[in-house]
Write a protein that binds this ligand. Structure first.
Ligand code: FE2
Length: 480
């Protein structure tokens, strides 16, 4: 069977490396003097074994550093426990999102309880004063942002319990605090919503919402006064998780008859102040949310059901047995605070994923622009960048032959007046040249400013953040 043209994006990087002064086609703005740090799979194989899902590979950090119009690069594997065990044993050591670890009888006897993975392959966040790589198990891995060396697992100094979390916490710039949640499965299921002051290692539990079965939620939304958990009807069976032997995500069941539930939680007192229902749908990523005229407005990337998860298994991605679903529909949900029904409008006809906004300026407020990846034709893998004007429904695209771009990170220009005054940074795989490059776009004009070329390819990654400085006290660029 024919292999997908972008298969290199799921193949391991040749090596860990540090590269000075990469070749640049075009020019980098002189004001760009920070670092883009990203995480994602560095390899999807260990010894003779392969991971099964795109979300499973062993994490590798990547860093592009900018100074005086020049760009340096480094990539290094995250030396999590999952990574170290896998390398030592030459096989997959811990179960991941779509892969189970197979243990011998001797291994099961000597270590009978399965260990949660700490393979932090999804996003980069700040915890306390630490730079961390994170995933959906609550074990952030601290790394040195200068060298990308792994330091240790982050230690919370509290007793907030949970086994599942989100890799997309929110930062409240008014309160100078992080909001996020844990899913607690024992003794009863609940969503434990917490707040953590900047620089603190202590989470303060603000709400515990009891549920029969927790839903799979990759992100949540925040407005000025509220946190929103949108429960898509993909529910976890604890019994199945304990006894089925199936990969983690396959213990969730799609129950469309339940619809989707919007839970609105007060940041001030942790109470669920409103609950609304809509038709069933699924989403990984929220885009933004804000309060307007007695409604909570929630923008997100929606799919009709959870089959997108199946579509992102490597077998499906690489052999294109069916049409690939890798981007969804940008929807705006209206959740009236005096009505139990949520309704939506579609903001653009362009498929979109990995959405980013000018977060520091716009999160929790009305806004105009969303940036994301997309598909140029239905059934294609991600092969273009999209900029959507959500106020008038227009969009702009970036597409280049044989090129597959990653998440577009917006970086505001110094003293910017306009929301889109800044640049977009996206790591692009060029399958013809068999390498990757960092694409720099002017976010306002959508003109290409530069391509910064790497001598080798990087596997497709997920999320990253731009930091103006790597000083641990600088939180100005804490995005989601
Ligand atoms: Fe994500």
């Amino acid at each position: 069977m024919e292999i997908a043209p972008y298969h290199l994006g799921f193949c391991a990087t040749a090596q860990e490396n540090e590269l000075k002064a990469l070749p640049i086609q075009g020019s980098i703005p002189q004001w760009l003097t920070g670092s883009l740090i990203r995480t994602g799979p560095g390899t999807l194989k260990v010894g003779q074994q392969s991971y099964h899902h795109w979300f499973d590979g062993l994490a590798m950090l990547r860093k592009f550093s900018f100074k005086d119009g020049q760009v340096c690069f480094a990539n290094r594997f995250l030396k999590s426990q999952a990574y170290q065990e896998a390398i030592a044993k030459g096989k997959i050591s811990r179960g991941e999102f779509g892969t189970t670890a197979r243990h011998s009888l001797l291994e099961r006897l000597s270590d009978p309880l399965p260990r949660l993975t700490d393979n932090a392959t999804v996003n980069i966040t700040m915890q306390g004063e630490c730079f961390t790589s994170v995933t959906e198990s609550p074990f952030p891995i601290v790394f040195d942002p200068e060298t990308l060396n792994t330091i240790e697992q982050f230690h919370y100094q509290d007793h907030v319990l949970g086994q599942i979390t989100t890799a997309h916490p929110h930062f409240d710039y008014q309160e100078n605090a992080v909001y996020s949640y844990l899913v607690n499965l024992v003794p009863r299921c609940s969503y434990s919503i917490y707040r953590m002051d900047a620089y603190s290692h202590q989470r303060q539990l603000i709400s515990s919402v009891r549920v029969k079965q927790p839903a799979y939620m990759h992100t949540f939304a925040m407005t000025e006064h509220y946190l929103l958990l949108v429960e898509f009807p993909l529910f976890l069976s604890r019994l199945s998780l304990m006894f089925s032997g199936k990969p983690y995500i396959e213990n969730y069941q799609w129950k469309p008859e339940k619809g989707t539930r919007f839970l609105i939680i007060s940041k001030e007192n942790g109470k669920v102040i409103h609950s609304a229902q809509s038709e069933p749908f699924f989403a990984f990523h929220h885009v933004n949310a804000f309060e307007l005229d007695g409604e909570v407005i929630v923008d997100l990337v929606a799919y009709p059901d959870s089959s997108v998860i199946q579509s992102l298994y490597l077998e499906s991605l690489l052999h294109q047995r069916e049409q690939v679903i890798a981007a969804g529909e940008l929807r705006r949900y209206h959740v009236p605070l005096n009505n139990a029904i949520a309704d939506y409008e579609v903001l653009t006809s362009e498929p979109i994923e990995l959405p980013r906004i000018n977060y520091q300026r716009c999160n929790t407020h009305p806004y105009q622009f969303v940036y994301g990846v997309g598909s140029s034709e239905s059934g294609n893998f991600i092969d273009q960048l999209v900029k959507v004007d959500v106020q008038n429904g227009t969009n702009q695209l970036w597409h280049s032959h044989d090129c597959y771009p990653g998440e577009p990170v917006f970086v505001a220009a110094p003293n910017a007046i306009f929301e889109n005054e800044g640049i977009i940074l996206s790591v692009v795989l060029n399958v013809q040249a068999e390498n990757s490059f960092l694409l720099v776009l002017d976010a306002q004009s959508w003109n290409e400013l530069a391509r910064v070329k790497l001598p080798y390819h990087l596997p497709f990654d997920f999320h990253g953040q731009y930091f103006e400085t790597l000083a641990s006290t600088d939180r100005r660029q804490l995005h989601r």
